[in-house]
Design a protein around this ligand. Structure first.
Ligand code: IPD
Length: 267
């Protein structure tokens, strides 16, 4: 069993180094922005450079570990530890200079996240968690209240995929959800959205179609802060890429609202 405190220390150090590299990257070179899965799915040279840095640092410190990253990193490893990395979650924001993006690094054992770090280099905020050890924002406990205002007064975050068909369905669901909540936020970084729930700045968040690296660290952080995190169907978080995070007292009404809105049938 690896020392989880050591994994956390390494992840924080590497995320901070990644943040420094993001901070020095030039946003003015249009040649550095290309597309991936669709014309709206951007990737920048900085995404790739940051992932290369993270992989280099993690594997230099722990050569036997596995790793998977959004920009293609893939090492099977032999130690039982696998790192799940999103070098820049919120790439569209980053490419526009819109200040809502982060580096997300999780360490998994037996496919379960045990360490999560989400670092926002713009605000200088580092969210972290070790399974069973609570969640922290810049070293201070992040705690979700167990109860609060009803769903009608809840601030709810969401996000959209990059495919037109999924977006159309997500828009339809959103139109049905919006009249029943205080308001909706679409910040553009799933990892930050989950951490935003973890520190009570959002009451809940839902999104269908996430990739594992979008939520591996943030879901652990939200869970450790006391939020309920699971699927749109109400089960424990799995690899199906559907994620709901909410203050515990909002879970039942929120899942019912999302089901009524057709969220469970979205492509
Ligand atoms: C995206 C962001 C966005 C979410 C998308 C993700 P990326 O990740 O997390 O908020 O709505 O589903 O793909 O592409 O910026 O790493």
């Amino acid at each position: 069993m690896p020392d989880l405190a050591e994994l956390l220390e390494l992840a924080v150090a590497v995320a901070h180094e990644a943040g420094a590299l993001i901070g020095t990257a030039s946003l003015s070179d249009p040649e550095s922005v290309t597309t991936k899965t669709s014309a709206t799915d951007l990737v920048t040279a900085t995404d790739r450079a940051v992932e290369a840095l993270i992989v280099e640092r993690l594997l230099a410190a722990r050569p036997g570990d596995g790793i998977v990253g959004e920009e293609g990193a893939s090492e099977a490893g032999t130690s039982g530890v696998r790192w799940v990395v999103d070098p820049i979650d919120g790439t569209t924001n980053f490419a526009y200079g819109y200040p809502a993006f982060c580096t997300s690094i999780a360490a998994e054992l037996d496919e379960q996240p045990v360490v999560g770090v989400v670092h926002d280099p713009v605000r200088g905020q580092t969210f972290s968690a070790v399974r069973g050890g609570g969640a922290f924002l810049n070293g201070h406990p992040a705690v979700v209240r167990s109860a609060g205002p009803p769903l009608a007064h809840a601030l709810v975050g969401t996000g959209f995929g990059y495919g037109a068909e999924r977006r159309a369905a997500q828009g339809t669901v959103l139109a049905r959800v919006l009249p029943h909540v205080r308001d909706i936020r679409r910040a553009g970084s799933a990892a930050l959205d989950l951490c935003t729930v973890a520190c009570g700045r959002l009451d809940a968040y839902y999104e269908r179609g996430l990739q594992h690296w979008d939520h591996a660290a943030g879901a652990l952080i939200a869970t450790e802060a006391g939020a309920w995190v699971g699927t749109l169907e109400g089960g424990p978080l799995d690899r199906e890429r559907t994620v709901v995070a909410a203050r515990p007292d909002l879970v039942e009404p929120l899942l019912a609202l999302l089901r009524d809105a057709g969220a469970d049938t979205m492509p």
